[in-house]
Design a protein. Structure first.
Length: 160
């Protein structure tokens, strides 16, 4: 330790650089608070940790999915077939994709029928870690080509 210096005590120029840093730090915090109050929308936090206006923004967007209840209104026959099978709990649009436009009658084009091989194998290809009770197939052994619906019905897949 420098005994000469400590004998004279601290002088301003010994800690001036620390004050300068502290000053910069305070300025940065103030600048951040100003920037933040300018950036955060006025209606933020009215109902929770989000912008209240986002609710109205989301409500005007047209939903991509219609929901199964709406499909059943016109395709009651399909639902009747389904209700007896083991696919009863799977929503229509899980296999058919989003059909909001079709269900609202906004499209003149009838939806394409899903390709069974693509749809079925998404769920049923045997994989490690599947729940023990989940029905699975090893594709090569079970059905190498052709449509799954030659033997299974898409809406009630068991072999009655
Ligand atoms: C307002 C009535 C209506 C609603 C709601 C509706 N559909 Fe349809 N859908 C029809 C009509 C009409 C057709 C064309 C006639 C036909 O092929 O049965 C059709 C055709 C289809 C087809 C093609 C059928 C074929 O033979 O190739 C599929 C698949 C389909 N709809 C699925 C759905 C799904 C899934 C939903 C729910 C998201 C849905 N539809 C909601 C009336 C409706
Ligand atoms: C597990 C998947 C799956 C689910 C869930 C499903 N579908 Fe399908 N659907 C298919 C496949 C695959 C086809 C095409 C079958 C074929 O080409 O042999 C099809 C065909 C259809 C068709 C054409 C006519 C027919 O009966 O084959 C309609 C209409 C239809 N689905 C409506 C619906 C509706 C409405 C729901 C819900 C109530 C629904 N589907 C649920 C997979 C599914
Ligand atoms: C979204 C996932 C999903 C898709 C897609 C799907 N399945 Fe399934 N499937 C299931 C589930 C889940 C079960 C078993 C339900 C249960 O435990 O009762 C099942 C059951 C089955 C069974 C056993 C039926 C029985 O009675 O033993 C067969 C066969 C089957 N599916 C064939 C198909 C075929 C064919 C397709 C394509 C048209 C298909 N699955 C598409 C989820 C799916
Ligand atoms: C030639 C007829 C035929 C074709 C095509 C076929 N299957 Fe099967 N499938 C069967 C028969 C028969 C059974 C019941 C006996 C068995 O488990 O092998 C069965 C059983 C199943 C099961 C239940 C397995 C279990 O462990 O409970 C699933 C899932 C299945 N098939 C899915 C499919 C899928 C997905 C396709 C298309 C890639 C398909 N099948 C094509 C005849 C067929």
């Amino acid at each position: 330790m420098d005994t000469k210096r400590s004998g004279r005590g601290l002088r301003f120029r010994d800690y001036e650089h620390v004050l300068r840093m502290a000053g910069l730090f305070v300025l940065a915090v103030v600048a951040f608070l100003v920037w933040r109050s300018w950036m955060v929308p006025r209606d933020f936090g009215v109902y929770g940790h989000f912008r209240a206006g986002a609710i109205a923004d989301a409500a005007v967007r047209t939903p991509l999915y219609a929901g199964q209840a709406s499909c059943i209104e016109c395709h009651g026959d399909v639902q009747q077939v389904r209700s007896s099978g083991r696919h009863a709990a799977i929503g229509c649009e899980a296999c058919h994709g989003p059909l909001g436009q079709h269900a609202r009658g906004q499209s003149d084009v009838a939806p394409v029928r899903p390709d069974p091989r693509i749809v079925c194998l998404t769920c049923h290809t045997a994989r490690l870690g599947m729940p023990a009770a989940f029905p699975r197939i090893v594709v090569k052994e079970h059905s190498e080509s052709g449509s799954c619906t030659e033997c299974h019905k898409a809406h009630a897949p068991g072999l009655q």
